[in-house]
Design a protein around this ligand. Structure first.
Ligand code: FAD
Length: 459
C-alpha cells in the first residue's frame, strides 16, 4: 500500500491510530500542535511522587489498553488499584457508597436500606424500581431524566450524579443516554427493570455482591506518560511532527492539502482527525454541515495534587476517596482521590498524595483562579471535611480548558449525519477520539485502532 495517511493530534487516539497503521505497513505520519505527545495524558515526577495531571488510570474490563500495552512492551509495568470503600459527601458528611452499587445505582436491597445517604422516602422510591413498567423512550433522552424516572431524585442526586459527573464533568440532565450508558436502556428493556438487568449482567460482578471488590482499574508504575513514550518509541523515526498544527484542509483530486500552522502544505491521501470537535469544524469551515461539530461543548476542570507527610492526615479514611454531591451545599471541590491509598507507586513511604478536583457546570470560573487561590479553596474544603489543617509540602495545579466533552442528547444522531457528509464530500477523512465515540482511554484506543483498520481494509 503506498498511500500516505496523516493522523492529526498526538493524544492517545492519534498515537494508537498511527501505531496500528504503521504496524500494517501504511505510510502514516502524525502531526501534533503542541510540543509534546500524550494530549490529556501528562505525568509529573517530583520528590518520589508520581503525579498524574490528567487521567490516572484505565478500566481493565475494556481490554484495548492492556492489549496495546502488551504490544509496546509495557505489560510488566501494569499495576492494579488497591480497592477500598468509596465515599460520597452528602448531607454534610462522608457516607459509604452502598455495597453492590453500579455507577451509584444501588442494586442490593439490604445495603440500600442501611445506607445513610438517603431518607426513608428516597429508599422506598428506589426500591419500587423493579416493579415499574418498562418506560424507556424510543428516542435518545437525558441520562438524568431516565434515572430519575426509574429510581427517584434522591438516589440520583446523592449517589449517581456525583459519580457520573466525576467521569463526564457535566450535567447528567443534559447528557445523552444513548451516547453514555446505552446499556441502561437495553437491560431495562430486556429484564423489565434496570436493577434486575444490572444484577443479571456483567455490570455487577458476583464478587461485588458478596464480599471482596475486584480491582477494576489499571495504571503503569512509571505513570501514564510511560505508555505514551512506549508507543512513541515504536513509531517510525521521522514520522512524528511536533509543534505542527493543522489549520485548514482542502480537498484536491484524489487527496487532500493540509495547510499547517507554519505555512507549510502537507499532502495526504487519507486523514484521521483526533482533535476536539470545534477544532475539526474550523479545519473544514467551508462545509456548512460541520455546524453541529462547532456546537459540541466541553467543560473546563482543574485539579490540584497535594503532597503531605502522613502525619498531616489525622482523620484517615478506610477508602480511596470521595465524590461530592451537588446537594451538599457550599463545597467547591467535586471529588478527592486518596491517591497514595489507591496506587502504591504514587507516593513514597510515609507520605500521602491527595488529588482534588474543581470545576463543574455553574462553577467553571474557579478553574481560572490563581494556583494559590485554588489551593486555598481546596484546603478550606478539606479542613471542613477531613480536618486537614497542615499545609502540603508542595502542590501541582493543572487546568484543563474545554477538555471534558459533553455528549448532549442527540449526540449519536448528530455524529451519524456528520459521518454521512464526510463519506460523501471528504472520502478518506475520519473523526476519532474523546469528542466523538467515547471518552475513556480504552475507548479512545478502540477508535484510533478502528479508524486505522478501515484504512488498512480499504487497501
Ligand atoms: P487529546 O488527548 O485531547 O489529544 C488531542 C490532541 O490534538 C492534543 O494533543 C492536541 O494538542 C492536538 N491538537 C489540537 N488541535 C490540533 C491541531 N489543529 N493540529 C494538530 N494537533 C492538534 N480517562 C480515563 O480512561 N481514565 C481517567 O482516569 C481519566 N481521567 C481524566 C482526567 C482529566 C482531568 C481529563 C481531562 C480526562 C480524563 N480522562 C480519563 C479522559 C481521557 O484522558 C481523554 O478522553 C483522552 O486522553 C483523550 O484522548 P484524545 O487523543 O482523544 O484527545
Amino acid at each position: 500500500m503506498n498511500k500516505k495517511v496523516v493522523v492529526v493530534g498526538g493524544g492517545i487516539t492519534g498515537l494508537s491510530a498511527a501505531y496500528y497503521l504503521q504496524k500494517a505497513g501504511v505510510d502514516a505520519e502524525l502531526v501534533e500542535k503542541s510540543d509534546h505527545l500524550g494530549g490529556k495524558i501528562e505525568t509529573v515526577h517530583k520528590d518520589g511522587f508520581t503525579i498524574e495531571r490528567g487521567p490516572d488510570s484505565f478500566l481493565a474490563r475494556k481490554t484495548s489498553m492492556l492489549k496495546l500495552a502488551e504490544e509496546v512492551g509495557l505489560s510488566e509495568e501494569v499495576v492494579k488499584n488497591a480497592t477500598g470503600n468509596a465515599y460520597i459527601l452528602a448531607k454534610g458528611r462522608l457516607n459509604r457508597m452502598p455495597q453492590g452499587s453500579h455507577m451509584g445505582i444501588p442494586t442490593r436491597r439490604r445495603p440500600l436500606l442501611k445506607s445513610s445517604l438517603f431518607s426513608g422516602f428516597g429508599k422506598g422510591r428506589a426500591l419500587l424500581e423493579p416493579y415499574q413498567r418498562v418506560n424507556t423512550k424510543k428516542n435518545d433522552e437525558a441520562l438524568g431524566v431516565f434515572l430519575r424516572r426509574r429510581l427517584g431524585n434522591e438516589v440520583v442526586e446523592n449517589a449517581i450524579e456525583p459519580l457520573l459527573s466525576g467521569i463526564y464533568a457535566g450535567d447528567i440532565d443534559q447528557l445523552s443516554m444513548d451516547a453514555t450508558f446505552p446499556q441502561f436502556k437495553q437491560v431495562t428493556e430486556e429484564y423489565g427493570s434496570l436493577v434486575r438487568g444490572l444484577k443479571a449482567t456483567e455490570a455487577v460482578p458476583r464478587e461485588k455482591r458478596t464480599h471482596k471488590k475486584p480491582s477494576a482499574f489499571r495504571a503503569f508504575a512509571g505513570g501514564l506518560s510511560s505508555f505514551v513514550e512506549a508507543i512513541h518509541s515504536k513509531l517510525k523515526p521521522g514520522s512524528v511532527h511536533l509543534s505542527k498544527g493543522v489549520d485548514h484542509i482542502q480537498k484536491r483530486e484524489n487527496g487532500y492539502h493540509m495547510l499547517m500552522s507554519d505555512g507549510e502544505v502537507m499532502w495526504a491521501d487519507e486523514i484521521i482527525l483526533t482533535v476536539p470537535a470545534p477544532v475539526a469544524a474550523k479545519m473544514l469551515a467551508q462545509y456548512e454541515w460541520v455546524e453541529p461539530l462547532k456546537q459540541m461543548k466541553a467543560t473546563s476542570v482543574a485539579n490540584v495534587a497535594m503532597a503531605f507527610d502522613q502525619s498531616a492526615i489525622k482523620q484517615d479514611i478506610d477508602g480511596t476517596g470521595f465524590v461530592v454531591a451537588r446537594t451538599s451545599g457550599d463545597y467547591r471541590i467535586t471529588a478527592c482521590t486518596w491517591t497514595h491509598k489507591k496506587w502504591a507507586h504514587a507516593a513514597p513511604e510515609g507520605k500521602a498524595l491527595l488529588r482534588c478536583y474543581i470545576g463543574k457546570p455553574g462553577d467553571e470560573e474557579v478553574v481560572d483562579k490563581s494556583d494559590e487561590e485554588i489551593k486555598k479553596i481546596v484546603m478550606n474544603d478539606l479542613e471542613k471535611i477531613m480536618n486537614i489543617t497542615d499545609q502540603p509540602d508542595f502542590f501541582v495545579v493543572t487546568r484543563w480548558h474545554d477538555a471534558m466533552p459533553q455528549y448532549s442528547v442527540g449526540h449519536k444522531e448528530r455524529l451519524t449525519k456528520i459521518d454521512h457528509y464526510l463519506k460523501k464530500d471528504l472520502p478518506g477523512v475520519q473523526l476519532a477520539g474523546a469528542h466523538y465515540y467515547g471518552i475513556g482511554l480504552p475507548d479512545c484506543i478502540n477508535q484510533g485502532r478502528a479508524a486505522a483498520k478501515r484504512i488498512i481494509e480499504r487497501g
